[in-house]
Ligand binder design. Structure first.
Ligand SMILES: Nc1ccn([C@@H]2O[C@H](COP(=O)(O)OP(=O)(O)OP(=O)(O)O)[C@@H](O)[C@H]2O)c(=O)n1
Ligand SMILES: C[C@](O)(CO)[C@H](O)COP(=O)(O)O
Length: 380
């Protein structure tokens, strides 16, 4: 036995305006009807019946597996036409959805289906939170107590057999299928609706729906960015080197305009790289005296904040220090903890390791230290 869907799309959308019925108007790169169909298909409902206006029966671009049925002059007549296409031997539950609700979240569809495990009917609703007035001729004539009032949404879900009987017995003119089911004595469980699940009714609703769909699409698209950073600083006489936020005792220091923390610079540049936002020199020019001797955590914190304000969070970083001396291993844990503190990350998202260059090159001759880093950023 399956859970089927009926999408009612036979209305003319007169209140929404436009040259064509609202369900065929463009919305966030598709038509309104395509979004409603996408949501219902992704929920795995089958079969899907689409109830169309008789003039729209040959409409292009609908998936070939949907069952097209001609609707009636009212919503409930259209629903009855759709119900007649379902086989009660095969279909246990049916979810009836307005084509005009293209932003329905999967969580709402799932909640209705879940409720049908224990109830013969279930529908999403939202409590009325605004004060309600009665009005006449543009003037308030009274107030309406809002306690216990709910805003009805779709999809509304039912056991097919009793709903068929309920529709057969109903005189017609119901606003929705909950009204039909209740008239036949069915008990309807309310599940949480969602503010995103608006019904496109008036012209301004297209803009609201477009904003909701764009936001949903951004959330659904996991954007992953990688960046790399590389830095070198030469040794000069001194008593230790700043490496990844820790002063490591040594008989030399690293030379630089700032504190010359070569590891932290490589990590910072990796983050800027992932954002395609240049490098430390672009954000903190060495020609600017205010950065002379600056502590490098300022640069790293700036890169992390830039990632955040650009809609990303740092998922992990991996940094390798390349030097013969000083030995990094004994300090790697402290470096990891300090970098985590600066970046506001869990320490296990930060890897600090070291290698020698087998006495080759400038690092092998102990003329300086090189660092290479990779950063992964994910959309927040
Ligand atoms: N004869 C009808 C009337 C309405 N509907 C469907 O019922 C849903 C809810 O109706 P509504 O938002 O009122 O849509 P329209 O009737 O198209 O709008 P209007 O009243 O502004 O013309 C819509 O998905 C609509 O296509 C339908 O299938 N058959
Ligand atoms: C079914 C419905 O969407 C529930 O909100 C609604 O009753 C149908 O639309 P209308 O605006 O009442 O015609």
């Amino acid at each position: 036995m399956t859970d089927a869907a009926i999408i009612v799309a036979a209305g003319r959308g007169t209140r929404a305006g436009g040259n064509t019925a609202k369900q065929w108007q463009p919305l966030a790169g598709r038509r309104v009807a395509d979004w409603a169909l996408k949501a219902i298909s992704e929920a795995g409902l089958s079969p899907i019946v689409v109830v169309l206006h008789p003039d729209d029966m040959a409409m292009d671009g609908l998936p070939k597996e949907v069952i097209r049925i001609a609707g009636g002059a009212s919503r409930d007549a259209s629903v009855r036409a759709g119900l007649a296409a379902l086989d009660p031997q095969v279909v246990r539950n049916v979810l009836i959805h307005d084509v005009a609700r293209p932003c329905v979240p999967q969580s709402v569809i799932a909640a209705v289906r879940e409720a049908l495990n224990v109830a013969e009917a279930a529908a999403p609703g939202l409590a009325v939170t605004d004060a309600l007035w009665r009005a006449e001729d543009g003037k308030v004539t009274g107030v309406q107590i809002r306690d216990g009032l709910m805003r009805a949404q779709t999809p509304q879900g039912f056991r097919l057999a009793p709903l068929l009987a309920a529709h057969a017995a109903h005189p017609g003119g119901a606003a929705d299928d909950v009204e039909v089911a209740r008239a036949a004595g069915m008990t309807v469980m309310i599940v949480p609706g969602h503010d995103s699940n608006l019904k496109i009714t008036l012209p301004d609703d297209f803009l609201r729906a477009e904003a909701i769909l764009s936001q949903q699409q951004r959330k659904n698209t996991m954007d992953i960015r990688l960046g790399n950073g590389f830095d070198v600083h030469a040794f000069e006489p001194g008593d230790g080197c700043w490496l990844c936020g820790i002063k490591v005792p040594h008989d030399k220091a690293l030379k630089g305009h700032s504190d010359a923390d070569v590891g932290m610079h490589a990590v910072t540049d990796a983050i800027y790289g992932a954002l395609a936002a240049g490098d430390i020199g672009r954000h903190f020019p060495p020609s600017d005296p205010q950065w002379k001797g600056a502590e490098s955590h300022i640069f790293l914190a700036h890169a992390v904040a830039l990632a955040r304000s650009s809609g990303y969070r740092v998922s992990n970083i991996d940094c390798t220090l390349i030097c013969e001396q000083p030995k990094v291993g004994p300090h790697a844990g402290a470096m990891q903890a300090r970098m985590a503190e600066i970046m506001g990350l869990e320490a296990d998202r930060i890897s600090i390791k070291a290698t020698t260059s087998e006495k080759l090159g400038f690092t092998g001759r102990e003329e300086g230290i090189a660092a290479i880093a990779t950063a992964t950023l994910v959309s927040a």
